[in-house]
Design a protein around this ligand. Structure first.
Ligand SMILES: Cc1ncc(C[n+]2csc(CCOP(=O)(O)OP(=O)(O)O)c2C)c(N)n1
Length: 667
């Protein structure tokens, strides 16, 4: 190992040593505690510490880092108190995640560390979002994301690097190539000569370095950081290293040949650095021993302190409360009169699409830190032309065309949230959300509950059928998301609600899936106030009163129900438009049930597992005594959405509405 010190003073060399030794000694203690059964799971970074420690030393304390499961050195080098880390690992109340997360799956805003989810890959795009915030605000900063060599095979790796390159983001991607991904050796993981070669494909500079040489890691990252800030570009660094223990402590190392351990033991980052300090005359062996002893004592003290933590108080109310970040009251900018004062009290007749556009436009004015991202949304104006004219008004920084990479864009939106910015993402079609599904249901939805970081993101979902677009441009897939705590799901049916709910969704600090039915864009019109206003999330709308049957519905279902009622004046039909599916307006459900005693749940989504099942179950459970008949469901056929318009008509719930209502009335 070279250990080129360049301009580093003796004092700094010693300070670096203390940072490097600290995670090693903590880990040795952890292995001991593991054997005693005092912690449940441990992913060892022994042998890889120089990478985490060198990276933290090379950047500023307020530059975001996205570590993984072997990066203890990131957490310790950022100065996190050890007793609190111990509490985190023990899963107690006053760790970093209130006992809700294991090992390294937590973050800390104070320390600018973003917590990983178990899935390998999603961390990388979050670094893109943070770097985008730095870039837009002209801050001289970088973000740093880590991945193992196994993680480089994930699509998220490709998407994140490509996005960073295309958008010229100051991100440092660090690959820790430690030989094995669980039991899979590198020759079963990739075919390129070295992983830094992957940088070439994305058009970014890249280098392979010795990840066990603390000074090489430090100098490289320091230089790369300056490059990224100066050039406003990303950089890929592959650090070669070795995993000296099992994937996790219970999994063993039988599949690793002994000679590899022997070879890499010779290259141990801690002992080699110690020899170097002694050779350089910076520290004597005795002084090294004193430092070691001192740190060991500190570990014991911190462990003792960790044991004095508060006992866990279990409260379901508190657990549920912590799933969502509290909504903030939006105060309007006083100087924006055209946003505040309606010019006509009735409002103007607008098409659904124009109402949406107006809500988005006004939100862009109200929130200077709101960014729009999506495929073809800038000059082209989006597939449905909702953002036409927006770049002229708000500029290309805020209205961003994205490459085809739904997952990275959603991850980047979380990164923008880390830096206090808001994002609205346009899915080109709601169907394509599958490509970003993991980021939504596992990252955006769960981050606030896990470590208190909200995801201030709205995902607009052009949704639904009736337009002859076939199985992959027609789905109404809200039920994929209503099952996920942490998300909000809204689904307007009128232009006025489309605008007000979009504004509310953007003001809400939580991730909101905003469903907008494509067939309504240009076919539904209604009066819309010109003022900037919210329709509150979680409040249903009583559309019309009736005595015979209550139709509980949303989206296109509202129009089907209204059309049916208009064509059947002999039946007294009550209609409830839910407007929001998550959180659900239970009071409105109960009131609608009470009004007629006969409930039909109607939606465009397919029947089995559709949201109607949840509605029927809740009403059956809580309003049984008001019911004169079982709650019935009218939904689309349990098939993919067919292309042929006649087949599609047969698919859609609407064709079965008459039959469903009659069945209910004659029950
Ligand atoms: C998407 C995903 N697939 C599988 C896993 C299970 N898993 C956890 S760690 C791991 C190996 C990771 O290898 P690598 O990226 O090289 O990092 P290392 O553990 O070697 O540091 C696997 C397969 C996972 N966490 N996420």
């Amino acid at each position: 190992m070279h250990f080129l010190r360049k301009d580093i003073s003796n004092e700094q060399l010693v300070a670096f040593y203390k940072k490097l030794l600290w995670p090693r000694l903590i880990e040795e203690k952890m292995l001991f505690l593991l054997r005693q059964g005092r912690i449940s799971k441990w992913f060892s970074g022994i042998g890889q510490e120089a990478i985490s420690v060198g990276a933290v030393l090379a950047v500023e304390h307020d530059e975001w880092m996205m570590p993984l499961h072997r990066n203890l050195g990131v957490f310790t080098s950022r100065g996190m108190p050890l007793h609190k880390l111990f509490r985190q690992w023990q899963g107690v109340q006053d760790g970093y995640s209130k006992g809700r997360e294991r090992s390294f799956h937590f973050g800390s805003k104070e320390h600018h560390i973003c917590g990983m989810i178990s899935h390998l890959g999603p961390q990388l795009a979050i670094a893109d979002g943070v770097a985008l915030a730095y870039k837009i605000r002209n801050e001289k900063k970088v973000s740093i994301a880590f991945t193992g060599e196994g993680g480089t095979s994930e699509g998220d790796f490709h998407e994140a690097l490509n996005l960073a390159a295309v958008w010229k983001l100051p991100v440092i991607f660090i690959i820790e190539n430690n030989g094995y991904a669980l039991s899979t050796p590198v020759d079963e993981q990739f075919r390129c000569r070295q992983l830094s070669d992957k940088g070439i494909g994305y058009g970014m500079e890249a280098v392979t370095i010795d990840g066990n040489d603390l000074l090489e890691v430090y100098h490289t990252i320091k230089g790369v950081r300056e490059y990224c800030i100066r050039e406003q570009k990303p950089y890929l660094i592959e650090c070669t290293t070795f995993r000296m223990r099992g994937h996790e402590e219970a999994s063993g190392t039988k599949y690793v040949p002994q000679n590899l351990f022997d070879e890499w033991n010779e290259k141990d980052p801690v002992s080699n650095y110690e020899y170097y300090l002694v050779r350089e005359g910076v520290l004597s062996l005795e002084e090294i021993e004193i430092i070691r002893q001192h740190q060991k004592e500190e570990i014991e003290n911190e462990l003792k302190l960790a044991g004095e933590s508060q006992p866990l108080v279990i409260s379901s109310k508190k657990e549920l409360f912590d799933v969502y970040s509290p909504a903030v009251l939006q105060t309007l900018p006083a100087d924006n009169e055209d946003l505040v004062a309606p010019r006509s009290s009735e409002g103007l007749a607008l098409r659904f699409i124009d109402a949406l556009k107006q809500g988005l436009y006004q939100s862009m004015k109200v929130h200077p830190h709101l960014i729009l991202m999506g495929q073809d949304i800038a000059e082209y104006g989006g597939a449905f032309k909702i953002t036409e004219g927006f770049i002229e008004a708000f500029g290309k920084d805020r209205v961003r065309n994205t490459p085809l990479c739904e997952s990275a864009v959603i991850g980047a939106a979380l990164g923008l949230s880390l830096e206090g910015m808001k994002t609205v993402i346009e899915m080109q079609f709601a169907d394509f959300v599958t490509m970003g599904f993991n980021q939504i249901v596992n990252n955006l939805a769960k981050t606030y509950y896990r470590w208190g970081q909200n995801a201030d993101v709205v995902i607009r979902m052009p949704t639904g059928g009736g337009v002859g677009a076939g199985p992959f441009h027609s789905q109404t897939n809200e039920a994929w998301f209503t099952h996920t705590p942490g998300l909000k799901v809204v689904y307007p049916s009128t232009p006025a609600d489309a605008k007000g709910l979009l504004i509310a969704a953007i003001n809400d600090p939580n991730p909101v899936l905003y469903f907008e039915h494509k067939a309504m864009y240009r076919s539904i019109s209604g009066n819309v106030q010109e003022a900037y206003y919210e329709v509150p999330i979680g409040k249903a709308r009583h559309v019309r009163s009736g005595d015979d049957v209550s139709i509980i519905t949303y989206g296109t279902g509202v129009h089907w129900a209204e059309d049916y009622a208009a064509g059947h004046p002999e039946i007294s039909i009550d209609i409830l438009d839910l407007r929001t599916l998550l959180p659900l307006d239970y009071d409105a459900l109960e009131a609608a049930t009470k009004r007629t005693g006969k409930v039909l749940v109607l939606h465009e989504d397919t029947l089995t597992g559709g949201f109607g099942g949840e509605l029927a179950a809740w009403i059956g459970e809580h309003c049984f005594h008001f019911l004169d008949a079982p709650v019935m469901r009218c939904a689309s056929l349990d098939t993919p959405v067919p292309f042929n318009m006649a087949l599609e008509k047969n698919f859609l719930a609407n064709v079965r509405l008459e039959e469903s209502i009659q069945k209910l009335l004659t029950y």
